[in-house]
Write a protein that binds this ligand. Structure first.
Ligand SMILES: Nc1ncnc2c1ncn2[C@@H]1O[C@H](COP(=O)(O)OP(=O)(O)OP(=O)(O)O)[C@@H](O)[C@H]1O
Length: 354
């Protein structure tokens, strides 16, 4: 079990993680979802003790990971696959990590086989593609056979086969009772992979729950109704208490909320109004994500209405953020080798962060 309480990280004057409070339970895949710069990586770094919180706390199994003697056997972490040292061969790199983490050497070949890199064990890491590096990073995270797995954007750079393999691996690990945390800015990925999702925006927790719960509580469901007598139907629906708007894509088609499809059908039949379409459309995670994070997106292309001055500032911010990330990576490598083997349910709404 991971417990995060009032976790806050301030860099200079800017708040990267803002009073986050949540639990992550074992046996399910928990996804961190948020736009670029929303604080996903910072939160994961704080959770595994690679950065110190400004206030609040994150514990894994009741302890702060920095205080654990053999962290690699408790928590497996992949934060940046590209940080693996290019001069080492894959097996050497893992063997070094295993030694540093007090893990039996036999685990090296076991995890290489598990991630599909057995044939590349003698190849230098510097020649690896991003997809191979991700597999190597996951192998490093699995080395200590940890009860907790924390993987930052593990599917970046993987082909479809690799993506499916990661999904299967995460599910298997969760089914074995492990605590599995995975971050992504890719909605489709979270939709398919995570049982529980935490949606972050500007460092704040915007929602926490299953994909179904979040979408139900968010953009919700609406009914598309088409009728040759749309105006009369709209008036009747409104009089019955429904909320009615015009569908943007087709004249004469209405979008109705606050009434079920059968109730709409009965009402239309009762007034002799023909219906040409009556379809229920459930909001997707993407609809809800956009609704939740719309005004928290930090970086946006110029054609989204930003003036040039704002866009220039954001580009400069982006460059600074890239430099900071490089600094973070260097600090991580210095502290812990390239992969530090260290290894509920509520739907929060915007503004409900304690
Ligand atoms: N070492 C640092 N110093 C200063 N600011 C930082 C540092 N690390 C992160 N930040 C800032 O904190 C905020 C959150 O960054 P973070 O990398 O955690 O977001 P993210 O959700 O992981 O983004 P992405 O999807 O782009 O990786 C950003 O505004 C970022 O610029």
């Amino acid at each position: 079990m991971i417990q995060v309480r009032e976790l806050t990280k301030v860099y200079g004057g800017s708040v990267a993680v803002d009073r986050l409070t949540f639990d992550v339970t074992p046996g399910v895949v928990t996804g961190f979802l948020g736009p670029n710069g929303s604080g996903k990586s910072t939160t994961l770094r704080l959770m595994v003790g690679l950065d110190r919180p400004s206030s609040g706390r994150a514990t894994i199994g009741g302890r702060v990971l920095r205080d654990v003697d053999a962290p690699m056997r408790e928590v497996g972490v992949l934060l940046d696959a590209r940080a693996a040292p290019g001069g080492l061969r894959a097996r050497q790199h893992l063997a070094w990590l295993a030694r540093a983490g007090g893990v039996p050497a036999r685990r090296v070949d076991e995890v290489l086989a598990e991630v599909g890199l057995a044939d590349l064990a003698g190849r230098r890491v510097g020649g690896f593609s991003l997809g191979m590096l991700q597999r190597l990073g996951i192998a490093a995270a699995l080395l200590g056979d940890p009860a907790v797995l924390i993987l930052d954007e593990p599917v970046n750079g993987l082909d479809l086969d690799g993506v499916r393999w990661v999904r299967g691996l995460l599910r298997r690990c969760a089914a074995e009772g492990r605590t599995v945390v995975v971050s992504s800015h890719l909605l489709s990925e979270m939709d398919q992979t995570a049982d529980e999702v935490l949606v972050l925006g500007r460092g704040r927790l915007l929602a926490h729950g299953s994909v179904t719960e979040i979408t139900r509580a968010g953009a919700g469901t609406h009914i598309r109704v088409a009728s040759p007598r749309a105006c009369e139907l709209a008036a009747a629906l409104r009089a019955a208490g429904a909320s009615v708007t015009q569908a943007p894509d087709a004249g004469g088609t209405l979008l109705v909320t606050g009434m079920t499809a059968p109730a709409i059908g009965d009402l239309a039949a009762g007034r002799g109004l023909a219906l040409h379409e009556l379809t229920e459309r459930r909001a997707t995670l993407e609809d809800t994500f956009i609704e939740l994070t719309g005004d928290t997106v930090e970086y946006r292309a110029d054609n989204h209405g930003a003036d040039n001055h704002g866009a220039d500032n954001r580009r400069a911010d982006n460059r600074r953020a890239d430099n900071r990330r490089a600094d973070n990576r260097r600090a991580d490598n210095h502290r812990a080798g390239s992969h530090r083997g260290t290894g509920h349910r509520e739907v929060g709404r915007p503004g409900e962060q304690p």
